[in-house]
Each structure stands twice: as structure tokens, then as C-alpha cells.
Write a protein that binds this ligand. Structure first.
Ligand SMILES: *Cc1c(COP(=O)(O)O)cnc(C)c1O
Length: 298
């Protein structure tokens, strides 16, 4: 399925002056360059889901997300190119559509708006069936692509990762990407996840549950760098993103990868790593979300 051309993906090295002497190498896997709409990790999580739907004769996909969900718009785009209808179940009622939701509609997605309470109940199979009863043969993809095919697809990111790296660093929402990578990467590599929301410890259980038992080691989550919670930021974070852009020529997104790189730099400074460690940080995309942020120089 050649909906997205992966040849845009590249590895870019971060100048040593940015990270100092605490490690020997830091590179970034630029999955943000994959595609302007289906950016970063979203493609990998959707890919095998959409293939499954096509192979099994489904005519539509239904999936879930908030008004700013990168997953929702990526699903709309991918489904359209695959010849499938798409339905997006949106958390919250919007009188004025967000840019993301407008993009979903432009990609042919039908949106169903639920209140937050309704939404939290909507992942029960009966509730979903009722919502999409007017479509035949709909394949249901959970929020964030967090199912078997999403995790398996995320593991495909590893084909871009050389074994010489000692650490793979990723940001975490549903943890689907981190699980896919941990399941696929060799145990000579440690996988570190940075959670951009408060109280992210609950994800430890989610991760453990979905790892192959022999892969349930050499991974760790950090939730210290949430900047007040999911979607929250401050001037310090925006300044950090601007400085990173100036020094490393890489734009970060305000929700996920900025907090990840901020936290990673702090861990390096605190002496968490060994001097010979080689780190690959995954740029999981999300840059379209920066359009509503003021104060960025890129
Ligand atoms: C969705 C998203 C994530 C989170 O991925 P999960 O697989 O849900 O953990 C990380 N970074 C960016 C830029 C995203 O859009």
C-alpha cells in the first residue's frame, strides 16, 4: 500500500554543542517529514489497520479522537486514499470547528460529535454499533490506533533504526508507538518514553500488558516534563523550541516532541546516561498542531 512514500524519512544528527559531553551521539529520526497530513507515527499505526480492513472487505473505518487529534485527520486521509469511507467520533461538541476537524471533513470524513461523558462510554461495542448503524461493514480502530495492528505497525518504525543506538527515545500518548517499538527492537536497545500529561504512571500497566513477555524489560516512562498537563505549555517551552530550531534546524511540536526533547536534555544533564551512549530520538510529527501557537519563530 503506497499511500505514503517513506523515502522522505531521514536521520539527522543533533550538534554536540546542544547536548554536551554526557553521551556520545544524539540523532533524530525525522518521521515528521513523512507527509504534511499523515505525519510521523500516525501512518505506521494506521497502515496495517487499513490493510486489514481492505483485505477483509470492509467498506468504511470508524475511529475516535479529540478536536485536535492528529490521528483523526491521518485516518481520514489514509482511508480516502485506500478507497474506504471514514467516520470520526469526536470527543466534545464544537460550535466552531478546529482546523483539524475542518481538515477531516475536507478529507471526506463524516464526524459524529459526542459530549465527553457520551464519548467515554462510546468504546463499548454496542455503543459503537449504534453510532455507525447507517454504514455497512465498518472496521473499528480505537483512539490513537491503539490495537494489535496499530502496535504491530508501529514496530515497522524500527526498520529505520540501526542497531548501533543504545537508546531509542519516543513521546507517549496512548503508548502504542512505544509498545510497537519495544516489541520489535532488540534488547540491546533501551526504549525511553516521555509522557506529556500529568500522572502518566497509569501507562506503565498498559505497556506491560501489551509487551511480549520476553520484551518486557529495558524500557522506562518519564512523566516529569508535562508542563502543567496535556496540551499545556508556557513561555519556557516555546523559548526551548525556538532555541532548538536555531541550534539544530529541527521544528518540534508543542504537544509531544518539545516536551520529550526538553526532558531528554535534562536527563543528559543529570547524568542519567553513560558517556558512550548513542541515542536516537524519534520525531513523531504533529507539526500541524503548531499553527495555533504564538511566539514560534518557525
Ligand atoms: C499521537 C502522537 C504521539 C503519541 O503516540 P502514541 O502511539 O499514542 O503513544 C506522539 N507524538 C506525536 C507528534 C503524535 O501526534
Amino acid at each position: 500500500m503506497d499511500i505514503i512514500n517513506e523515502s522522505n524519512v531521514k536521520i539527522q544528527s543533533i550538534p554536540q554543542q546542544w547536548y554536551g559531553n554526557g553521551i556520545s551521539q544524539l540523532d533524530m529520526l525525522r518521521l515528521d517529514l513523512l507527509h504534511p497530513v499523515v505525519s510521523g507515527n500516525k501512518w505506521y499505526k494506521l497502515r496495517l489497520n487499513v490493510m486489514y480492513a481492505l483485505d477483509h472487505g470492509f467498506k468504511a473505518i470508524v475511529t475516535f479522537g479529540g478536536g485536535y487529534s492528529n490521528h483523526l485527520v491521518a485516518a481520514a486521509y489514509t482511508a480516502k486514499r485506500a478507497g474506504l469511507k471514514s467516520v470520526g467520533i469526536v470527543r466534545g461538541k464544537y460550535d466552531i470547528l478546529t482546523p483539524t476537524l475542518k481538515d477531516c471533513i475536507a478529507e471526506g470524513m463524516e464526524l459524529i460529535f459526542l459530549t465527553k461523558t457520551e464519548y467515554d462510554r462510546a468504546d463499548e461495542p454496542d455503543a459503537i454499533k449504534e453510532l455507525v448503524a447507517h454504514f455497512d461493514e465498518v472496521f473499528i480502530i480505537p483512539e490513537g490506533g491503539a490495537n494489535y495492528w496499530g502496535r504491530k505497525g508501529a514496530g515497522l518504525i524500527c526498520k529505520h533504526i540501526k542497531e548501533s543506538y543504545t537508546h531509542i527515545v519516543t513521546s507517549v500518548g496512548s503508548a502504542t508507538t512505544l509498545i510497537g517499538i519495544r516489541n520489535e527492537a532488540p534488547l540491546t536497545q533501551t526504549v525511553l518514553g516521555f509522557v506529556p500529561m500529568k500522572g502518566g504512571e497509569y501507562l506503565v500497566e498498559t505497556v506491560s500488558k501489551h509487551l511480549h513477555p520476553d520484551k518486557n524489560l529495558r524500557w522506562q516512562l518519564f512523566d516529569r516534563w508535562h508542563f502543567g498537563g496535556f496540551g499545556k505549555s508556557n513561555n519556557e517551552l516555546i523559548q526551548f523550541m525556538n532555541d532548538f530550531y536555531t541550534e539544530c534546524s529541527i521544528p518540534l511540536d508543542i504537544i509531544y516532541t518539545s516536551k520529550m526533547m526538553y526532558g531528554l536534555k535534562q536527563l543528559i544533564t543529570e547524568g542519567y546516561f553513560k558517556k558512550e551512549d548513542k541515542i536516537l530520538a524519534i520525531h513523531s510529527g504533529g507539526l500541524q498542531g503548531n499553527s495555533s501557537v504564538s511566539g514560534l519563530i518557525f
